[in-house]
Design a protein around this ligand. Structure first.
Ligand SMILES: Nc1ncnc2c1ncn2[C@@H]1O[C@H](COP(=O)(O)OP(=O)(O)OP(=O)(O)O)[C@@H](O)[C@H]1O
Length: 224
């Protein structure tokens, strides 16, 4: 089953054509990496697929919903329920504990407080952070902070987790640990991942690597 199907995605910033007709489909439970030179359009593509930006042309279907057509409150609601995001920098809220940071998107989605809390505790446990529930972000290491960000991205059981250089700010031991966690999450929850990365090790571990160059996907295997 395809979780994501993107067809003929085009995007231009001013006179620069950044995406020149990208087709990509991702199956449920797949871990796919997007690699390519700086400026080839990886982040732009990820933002469009994750509904953070709109294409000029083309269509993104997520879980059989045409998200390109969604706007305003409907789009925000869809994003909160169906999409998880992890960035290079964790963007945790400094005044809240790890547990609260993970719970907030669940509370915003209107899920019962206790249900959200139980899942947050479970996720943080799975990510090796049971002893850090009440810690604020600045009392945790970089690797721990990024794992809290992953738990937060997963709190609403998203159909797909998009990650933009998730280990770009981590040392190699912490990066390796986070990569392993992605595979554990796939094993335990069937979680689907699309990851932009410069990390060769992560790209090689992935089920599939999509190569981008000059706004296009090079691989014939991009559509599974
Ligand atoms: N909001 C924007 N306004 C103008 N130009 C932009 C904008 N976002 C991206 N670009 C341009 O689009 C091109 C592709 O950028 P993008 O960030 O998608 O590349 P990338 O492959 O992710 O690069 P990197 O590996 O360095 O992060 C670049 O030339 C960039 O300057």
């Amino acid at each position: 089953m395809s979780v994501l199907v993107a067809t003929d995605i085009h995007k231009r910033f001013g006179t620069v054509e950044v995406l020149k007709g990208v087709d990509l489909s991702i199956q449920k439970g797949e871990i796919v990496s997007i690699v390519g030179p700086s400026g080839s359009g990886k982040s732009t593509l990820l933002h469009i697929l994750g509904t953070l930006d709109k294409p000029d042309r083309g269509q993104v279907m997520l879980n059989n919903a045409n998200v390109t057509a969604l706007t305003g409150k409907k789009l925000a609601q869809f994003r909160n329920h169906h999409i998880g995001f992890v960035f290079q920098f964790h963007h945790l809220l400094p005044e809240f504990s790890a547990l609260e940071n993970v719970c907030i998107p669940g509370w915003m989605a209107g899920t019962k407080k206790q249900v959200v809390k139980d899942r947050a505790v479970e996720l943080l446990g799975l990510l090796g952070l049971s002893h850090r529930l009440d810690h604020k972000p600045n009392a945790m290491s970089g690797g721990e902070q990024q794992r809290v960000a992953v738990a937060r991205a997963l709190i609403n059981n998203p159909d797909i987790l998009f990650a933009d250089e998730p280990t770009g700010n981590l040392d190699s031991a912490n990066a390796r640990e986070l990569h392993q966690l992605f595979f554990d999450l796939r094993k335990n929850f069937g979680q689907t991942f699309l990851i932009v990365t410069h990390n060769e090790e992560l790209a090689q571990l992935s089920d599939r690597t999509v190569h981008m160059k000059d706004g296009k996907i090079l691989d014939a295997s991009a559509v599974a």
